[in-house]
Design a protein around this ligand. Structure first.
Ligand SMILES: C[S@@+](CC[C@H](N)C(=O)[O-])C[C@H]1O[C@@H](n2cnc3c(N)ncnc32)[C@H](O)[C@@H]1O
Length: 409
């Protein structure tokens, strides 16, 4: 079966990328944005002048590799990145993208299975990216264990697996295509898939699921990956947590964490009260059922003892809050006209902010520490009140992964 998985990615490297596009734009996403790695795995305190070693396991056509290599180069970090994938065709594209950016000195390419990472790329690693890969393994638990064993004690991982509820209809279509395509060559499979998609009745669950678009917008590779894959499975929150736990890791944070909080969706205070006794994980599982739209789960994970303490905390006056691709002073100017919101997989979340939010956000420029924001705030308030208000602002924007924290030294 692994040969079939490899064969697919040799024929249809995923996602489709043109190395020439590296001259025009950098693709940034989660996991593995360096700002997130710093915040969620190194408490905002990593010294990026120190060497950093990362493994990109199942690196595909190179999105995480390219993002990491560029961001590390921009910071002047002495970095060593190792890419590992079954597919030579995918590696060729990833390599061409890296070469287009002139970053090849930082990267070593390996071909093989991440199950053999201990032999091929033993590390130890400060960071391992494994995005969209584990759910294609015969034994995802063995795959994650093999990778977790290669982490440095203070290292961590960025993970993504498919979410079950947002993929409604995908497995129906996969099952139908197995009946229709048995033994057929790839071009015929793709043609059959397109014919079926064009002939789905209005009630079909894939047709009625607007969240899944890879088969419509992702080219041949996207269509094959979604509907013709020889092996994929999807996870509920609890199953994903079990997988992580089984590898000796704990979840440092889901991305975006607000999506995993029932309070993001429920307005009824009595219902929320009933949820108070639940653990964070039970609340996350509840939120997944409630929202019903999660088609992937992204998280940062670290060795169990560290997972609870490796995320930056918003209660340190020396921490510097900053926007992840948001200009908070500019956003503050617009707050009088419209309350901010964020849309994830078809659902718009309205952010709950205190009255002091515009005054606080005006001062969050990525340079001032929290202590400085407090001292310069008008009207002035004592630290206790300020912290209570800032915490609401932080919960709102960090919950959608837009406000992060770092320390200067
Ligand atoms: C869906 S793609 C994801 C690529 C990339 N991580 C991304 O997020 O864009 C899955 C990749 O995992 C690779 N892969 C699948 N099983 C693997 C294994 N056992 N070891 C290493 N790579 C594997 C495939 O060749 C493919 O490139």
């Amino acid at each position: 079966m692994t040969d079939r998985v490899r064969g697919q990615y040799e024929a249809y490297p995923y996602p489709e990328r043109d190395p020439a596009d590296e001259k025009k734009r950098l693709i940034v996403g989660s996991p593995s944005d360096l700002r997130e790695i710093d915040h969620y795995l190194f408490a905002g305190r990593r010294d990026w002048k120190r060497p950093f070693r990362a493994l990109i396991a199942g690196g595909g056509t190179g999105d995480a590799l390219v993002m990491l290599a560029q961001q590390l180069a921009d910071r002047g970090t002495p970095a060593e990145l190792h890419y590992l994938d079954l597919s030579e065709a995918s590696a060729r594209i990833a390599r061409a993208r890296i070469e287009t950016r002139g970053l090849q000195k930082r990267v070593t390419f390996h071909r093989g299975s991440l199950l053999d990472a201990g032999k091929l790329a033993p590390g130890p690693w400060d960071y391992i990216d494994c995005c969209g890969v584990l759910h294609h393994l015969d034994d995802p638990a063995a795959g994650l264990k093999a990778l977790a064993a290669l982490l440095k004690p203070h290292g961590g991982m960025g993970l993504m697996v498919y979410g079950e509820l947002g993929r409604v209809g995908v497995y129906d279509a996969q099952a139908m295509l197995k009946d229709l395509c048995a033994g057929a060559p790839d071009p015929e499979r793709l043609a059959t898939a397109r014919a079926l998609l064009g002939d789905l009745p209005a009630t079909n669950r894939l047709r009625r699921n607007p969240l899944v678009v890879d088969h419509l917008k992702g080219g041949d590779a996207g269509l094959y990956d979604l509907l013709l894959h020889s092996r994929d499975r999807a996870y509920r929150v609890g199953e994903f947590a079990q997988l992580i736990d089984g590898a000796g890791l704990g979840i440092a944070s889901f991305i975006e964490s607000a999506r995993y909080d029932p309070a993001t969706y429920l307005g009824d205070a009595a219902l929320l009260e009933k949820l108070k006794p639940l653990s964070a994980l039970q609340r996350a599982a509840f939120a997944e059922l409630l929202a019903g739209n999660m088609k992937t789960h992204v998280c940062y994970a670290a060795p169990k003892a560290r997972a609870a303490v490796c995320v930056a905390r918003p209660d340190d006056p020396k921490a510097i809050p900053y926007g992840r691709d948001v200009d908070f002073p500019a956003l503050a100017r617009g707050l009088a006209n419209a309350a901010p919101s964020a849309t994830f997989d078809g659902l718009t979340i309205k952010l709950k902010l205190p009255a002091s939010a515009p005054a606080i956000l005006t001062l969050i420029d990525g340079k001032r520490s929290l202590g400085e924001v407090h001292v310069q705030l008008e009207p002035a308030m004592d630290w206790g009140k300020f912290f209570a208000e800032f915490r609401q602002v932080y919960a709102a924007f960090n919950g959608i992964n837009r406000m992060l924290l770092r320390h200067t030294g």
